[in-house]
Ligand binder design. Structure first.
Ligand SMILES: [Zn+2]
Length: 109
């Protein structure tokens, strides 16, 4: 069974993007999250900014970002954008989803 189907069946992963850290060039498929996540989560919810997206990165960008902006504050939308999308697309096109998920990243469009 492919990973997307398996995750969906377990109910732990519905829609998961490939993230690009535009500062380091690192890309990660964010399929290891334990949180419930869907289109809303990534486009308008907690996954819509660098705070939670940076957790997926393996190069310590989370530490770098929180050090720069301080704990407890939103670090904003500066560097970690969605470049591909997998899983349950909720009936939308990839292009529409990716555009929406990056809509708060004005310098990245
Ligand atoms: Zn944030």
């Amino acid at each position: 069974m492919n990973p997307a189907k398996l995750h969906r069946r377990r109910g732990i992963c519905r829609m998961y993007p490939t993230l690009l850290d535009t500062k380091t060039g690192e890309t990660v498929i964010a399929d290891k999250y334990l949180w419930d996540r869907d289109f809303f989560w990534w486009s308008e919810g907690n996954g819509s900014c660098d705070c939670n997206r940076s957790i997926a990165m393996k190069n310590g960008s989370r530490e770098e970002l929180t050090e720069k902006f301080g704990d407890g504050m939103c670090v904003g939308c500066h560097r970690i954008i969605v470049i591909d999308i997998h899983g349950d697309l909720e009936g939308m096109t990839k292009a529409k989803i990716i555009t929406k998920m990056n809509s708060e990243y004005p310098n990245m469009r």
